[in-house]
Write a protein that binds this ligand. Structure first.
Ligand SMILES: C[S@@+](CC[C@H](N)C(=O)[O-])C[C@H]1O[C@@H](n2cnc3c(N)ncnc32)[C@H](O)[C@@H]1O
Length: 240
């Protein structure tokens, strides 16, 4: 990583912004070792496109995004569904304020909420779609409760069963469960508080190798009020 200042290197800045890579926009939220962890970014455009495609959005759908960051993806959501239908939650006050200003001035007056997105945002529920743009280890039941039956939840995963960080895509059922499968890797930074220790990453690799290195798409997940269950191939085959 190398620092880049818009005022000092406007061309380098523009090239980075227009690239197909993710752009780190914050390296320290004050709670981590200074400069060690990227704590916010604008996601890689090809990953944003992949996730928007998976969400199968239509105009008028009510959407909750967790992890506002720069606000770029919230603007894309607003373009597809209407700004009045988009709520986005960011845990970092300064990022949320900055994104709100940028979104308003770009003509996308979405609702930006400062808070812990793991709780969702009950006030504007129910949602047709929930998209997380930071990776989770556990899917909060609040997201299931706040999604309409038949609605979708899409979240990058801090997996302890596969070395990639696959995207989980779940459908919410009328009886209050969410179920779905894992797919393509997305490599998002984890939600604050969902980071894995090096030891856990090593254990994950070993366990996955010992179980014959199954493709990520063979894994699935069921979430109920009692918690989440990761399974291999079918819901009746939970992994330990
Ligand atoms: C990869 S960035 C999001 C990219 C963003 N969607 C964009 O278009 O620029 C992840 C964001 O999630 C935020 N975040 C991390 N934990 C969070 C939490 N518990 N609740 C809400 N936001 C969180 C981080 O502060 C960071 O801004």
């Amino acid at each position: 990583m190398r620092p880049l200042h818009r005022a000092e290197d406007p061309e380098g800045w523009r090239a980075e912004v227009e690239s197909n890579r993710s752009v780190v926009t914050q390296v320290d939220d004050g709670a981590t070792e200074r400069g060690k962890w990227p704590t916010s970014s604008s996601s890689a455009p090809h990953i944003m496109a992949l996730m928007l495609d998976q969400l199968d959005l239509r105009s008028g759908m009510c959407v909750l995004e967790i992890g506002t960051g720069t606000g770029y993806n919230a603007a894309l959501l607003a373009e597809l569904t209407g700004a009045e239908n988009v709520t986005t939650v960011e845990v970092d006050v300064s990022l949320a304020d900055h994104a709100k200003g940028a979104l308003d001035s770009a003509g996308y007056p979405v609702t930006v909420v400062t808070g812990d997105g793991m709780k969702g945002y009950r006030h504007n529920a129910p949602y047709d779609r929930i998209i997380a743009t930071a990776a989770v280890r556990e899917l909060p039941y609040a997201w299931v409760e706040q999604t309409r039956p038949g609605g979708l939840i899409l979240a990058p995963w801090v997996a302890t069963f596969h070395p990639d960080e696959p995207l989980a895509k779940l459908t919410v059922t009328a009886d209050g469960r969410a179920e779905g499968r894992f797919g393509a890797p997305a490599w998002f930074m984890p939600m604050r508080s969902h980071r894995l220790q090096q030891e856990t990453i090593r254990d994950t690799d070993e366990r996955w190798a010992a179980s014959g290195k199954p493709e990520a798409s063979r894994y699935g997940i069921t979430v109920t009020p009692e918690g989440q269950r990761i399974w291999l191939d079918t819901p009746d085959n939970p992994i330990g």
